[in-house]
Write a protein that binds this ligand. Structure first.
Ligand SMILES: CC[C@@H](C(=O)O)C(=O)SCCNC(=O)CCNC(=O)[C@H](O)C(C)(C)COP(=O)(O)OP(=O)(O)OC[C@H]1O[C@@H](n2cnc3c(N)ncnc32)[C@H](O)[C@@H]1OP(=O)(O)O
Ligand SMILES: [Co+2]
Length: 134
């Protein structure tokens, strides 16, 4: 089912400071910030030769990363995004096997303009998994 590693996401308390770390101290190519109110985050993507790092800042009072940042005030690895060939088939199979599909239980458009869905961390080794339609 899962294919390529699309990105690893890091939630950060200060997105501009995080951009400086990756751009200026680590010499990476970093995109401009993009607000995604429907996801409650602002994103920046760090482009690497073999995958991407997604830097996440909280956007809005009820951002889904707010409590994570309270628990991790310096920031921390937030989720892993894998690509799947057929996200609806993946959701149906995982839900049938008892996995908790987060949000409204169906895919919605993510940062790359493709459908994404999240799986509860307690069902996947304590790691929050995002699936993105390849
Ligand atoms: C930009 C669009 C998109 C993309 O295209 O890339 C994105 O990446 S959007 C990213 C932000 N959106 C999301 O993360 C949506 C899915 N996340 C959620 O729905 C919530 O974060 C959550 C997973 C339900 C957790 O919400 P929270 O408010 O933290 O709930 P709890 O405090 O009750 O946590 C429950 C339980 O889970 C543990 N937890 C929480 N977050 C993580 C995490 N990132 N990794 C691992 N574990 C996590 C938390 O510690 C609690 O555990 P216990 O304390 O043991 O109960
Ligand atoms: Co993501």
């Amino acid at each position: 089912m899962i294919g390529r590693l699309n990105h690893v996401a890091i939630a950060v308390p200060n997105l501009e400071a995080a951009v400086q770390v990756y751009r200026d101290r680590l010499g990476a190519v970093v995109s401009a910030p993009v607000d995604l109110p429907e996801h409650g985050v602002t994103t920046v993507f760090v482009t690497l030769p073999n995958t991407k790092i997604e830097l996440l800042g909280a956007l809005g009072a009820d951002s889904p990363i707010a409590k994570f940042l309270e628990r991790n005030p310096e920031g921390g690895i937030h989720h892993i995004c894998y690509e799947v060939e057929d996200i609806d088939a993946a959701i149906a199979r995982l839900a049938a096997e008892g996995a908790r599909i987060l949000g409204e239980g169906r895919a919605k458009i993510g940062a790359h303009g493709k459908p994404v869905v999240f799986l509860h961390p307690k069902d996947f080794l304590g790691t929050l998994i995002e699936l993105e339609q390849a």
